[in-house]
Structures are given as C-alpha cells and as structure tokens.
Design a binder for this molecule. Structure first.
Ligand SMILES: Cc1ncc(COP(=O)(O)O)c(C=O)c1O
Length: 404
C-alpha cells in the first residue's frame, strides 16, 4: 500500500515542469473505479449510462466507455447543446436528463434524431411537450421522451418531502397520463421512465455530523422499500395501459448497489464515482478511490507553519457549507485556514510539523464535485505511475461551456 508521502512524490515526479494549477487523473484509480461501478451494473443485469456532467471531458468519457465494454451503454447529458455536441462526436445513445423548454434547444435535439442518432429528453409536464413536438415536426422526425418520475421519500401521506425538487410527478397515475400524451403524438415517442433517487444517491451515510449520519441511514432504510414499490407500481400501470417503457433509468454513484438490485430498472446511471470527488467519500454503497486531483504551486511562506499556494478557489455548487470547499490531501498534514478557505488567487495552508514544502512544490487537492473541477481546467493530465501518458481536454479546453 502506497503511503501519502510516496503518492505525493509520485505525482510530483509526474508533473515535472508542468504549469500549475493543473488537473491530474490517476489512471490506475480510474480503472479501479470503472471496474467497481461497471462490475456492480453487470452483477445486477443492468447497463450503465454515464452521467456526463460528472466528467465533462470527451476523452475521459471514451476511456470509461471502452473499459466498461458492453455494460456501458449511452450517456446521460445535461443540456441540449451538450447533447448535440456529443452527438457530433459520434455518440448515438443520449438521454438529456433535464427538461428542454426553448424552441432553440428542442431544435438541437430534433436535428440529432433526424440525423439518425438517438437523443431522448425527459419531460414532467404537458408544457414540456409542445416545443419538442414543434421541433420534431419541423425536422420530420420523432423525439424520444422519457417521463421523469420524482421518487422522493414522502412520508406522512406526502406532507413531508425528502428529496430534490425537480419533477412534480410523484405517482404511477401521473406518469401514465403523461406517457399517454407522449405516445399519442405523431412527433414524439414514449421512450421510458427515469426515477432518480437523489435522496439515496446524493446523501452520504457518513456525513461530518454523527447524529445526521444516524438520521440519514434511518431515512434511507425506510425510503428504499417505498422506492422499489413506487417503481414497480409505475411499471405495472404502464404495462396495463399498453405503454411498455423501452428504458427505466435510476440510480447514481451513491446508490449503485441498491439501484443495481432494483428489478424495475433496466439501466443505472453513474458519473461521480469514476473520478470519486470528495463528497462521495461517505457512502456505504460506493467503494471507490480518489482519481482526480488538482495541483497548486506553493508560492510563498507567510509565517511559521504556513504556506500559500497560487489559485485554488474551486468551490462546489449546492447548499453552501464547508463540505463544498476542496480538500487538501497531499502531502498529508496540510489544512485550509477557516478564515480564508480556498481563495481564487491565493490559498494559504497550515503545515503540520515535519512536513517540508519548498517554493514551487505542488500541493494536491480534491474537488467536492467531480464534473465542476473540469470547468476550471483546460485539460486533465492522465497519469500512469509517475508519468503523464496523455492529455485529455475538458469541455472548457475545447472551448465549450454548457451552463455558462
Ligand atoms: C438525473 C440524474 N441521474 C443520476 C445522477 C447521478 O450522477 P452521479 O453518479 O454523478 O452522482 C444525477 C446526479 O445529479 C442526476 O441528476
């Protein structure tokens, strides 16, 4: 087992004279994570769809897909423009997992389908269908539409809501009604159901607070059977109505085991688990190793036991909290200063006794979220052992920004 000191020295050798900040993917770790996630899908008889928002580099997507083999099928995308971009690179099985409401975005999806590739999109309301229908008609094609069911845990007869706020569809009857409307349109195709359990996949079992951890594990224990029932009931009702879904998608990295065990799903999604950003450290179901880092350069010493690095303010989105800050990991014995956190241009660090850092040395951090790191970098340096074997451009490095 490699020690943190050995790992730091290895990455430092790999970076050599690279300009910092730099992003680094450890290929051995990435391979282990692909095998872990793909292995879970294979064991559960599912295919695995890659969540592109948690990767944001076409080359890294390709590496995951090629190692995953036939189990990896399709990409889950996050905007229409990104979907069209990935289609232009040859990806032919795309599912846009967030609704598309403008004529311009609908036209992008229609053009992909008219060109012979498959770009499906989720919908959760009749209003979502009109722009899709108009664009499909104009392109003389059909757009596959997946109904987005919200499987949040809603105890007390729905008075409590534990989950994300996305789709308003909470039950089988609502899904059937929308599926029927889709199937009755000559320009749309009812393609299936997505029921993403964010309250399981996006909530760690071991958060910083032990009390919260107990509460979250109890919630998950109660929510899992409800989720399985809801999905089963929805599928039964669709079948009874003659609306057999082609795909039933669910899951995320954080729920990989339980999602793969749900017989209702035909496919599971995973993204963050491949690069294993630090918000995914505290999950019982996810046994992966950190694969993505960013390196900052030590540029000054403001006092005893302190160094300051250039750059570093890569703070993650979501409810603001300390867990959104990057984690400084290599060498061991460094910590952020609570007064400053990670600064855009300067990040000071406390250095434990015995840790030696020279000016110009790299310090390695992990981002809280896997995909967002790529928004700060033009490329990932792909490292095997202590050597950069390839450079993988991020969307940003390719001049693309899909949420900007
Ligand atoms: C619809 C949907 N499915 C699946 C996922 C899981 O992705 P990841 O494995 O990156 O957590 C997400 C993440 O937010 C999502 O929005």
């Amino acid at each position: 087992m490699e020690s943190p000191a050995e790992q730091w020295a290895r990455y430092r050798r790999a970076l050599g004279g690279e300009r910092l900040p730099a992003g680094l993917i450890d290929l051995a770790a990435l391979r282990a994570n692909i095998d872990r996630l793909v292995g879970a899908a294979r064991a559960g008889g599912k295919t695995l769809r890659i969540a592109t928002k948690s990767v944001r580099s076409p080359r890294v997507l390709e590496l995951i897909a090629s190692r995953g083999g036939a189990v990896v099928r399709g990409l889950m995308t996050y905007t229409a423009a990104e979907t069209a971009f990935l289609a232009s690179l040859g990806h032919a099985d795309l599912l846009l997992a967030y609704p598309c409401v403008s004529a311009r975005d609908a036209a992008l999806l229609a053009a992909v389908n008219a060109g012979g590739q498959r770009a499906a999109v989720v919908a959760d309301a009749l209003d979502h269908l009109s722009p899709l229908e108009a664009a499909a008609r104009a392109h003389a094609t059909r757009i596959p539409v997946v109904v987005d069911l919200d499987p949040s845990y809603r105890p007390l007869r729905g008075a409590a809501h534990i989950g994300v706020r996305r789709s308003p569809l909470h039950g089988a009857a609502e899904v059937v009604a929308l599926a029927r409307a889709i199937a009755s349109s000559p320009h749309l195709e009812f393609a299936g159901v997505m029921a993403y359990e964010a309250h399981l996949a996006g909530v760690p079992d071991r958060p910083a607070s032990r009390v919260r951890g107990v509460a979250m594990r109890l919630m998950k224990h109660l929510a899992r059977p409800e989720l399985a029932l809801l999905r089963r009931d929805t599928l039964d009702r669709l079948h009874e109505s003659g609306l057999a879904p082609r795909l039933v998608n669910g899951g995320g990295s954080g729920s990989i085991e339980s999602s793969c065990a749900d017989p209702s799903l035909t496919e599971v999604t995973a993204g963050s688990g491949f690069l294993a950003s630090h918000l995914f450290d505290g999950y019982r179901e996810l046994d992966v190793v950190p694969a993505a880092y960013f390196a900052l350069e030590v540029v000054r010493r403001p006092g005893d036991g302190l160094v300051t690095c250039l750059g570093g303010g890569y703070v993650a989105s979501g409810a603001a909290g300390l867990d959104r800050l990057p984690k400084v990991v290599l060498p061991a014995g460094l910590s952020l200063l609570p007064q400053e956190g990670a600064g855009e241009v300067q990040t000071p660090l406390r250095v434990a006794k015995g840790v030696e850092l020279a000016l110009g040395d790299p310090v390695f951090f992990r981002h809280a979220k896997a995909g967002e790191l790529a928004e700060h970098l033009e490329e990932y340096l792909l490292v095997d052992g202590d050597t950069i074997v390839e450079r993988a451009k991020t969307y940003r490095g390719l001049g693309r920004c899909f949420l900007g």
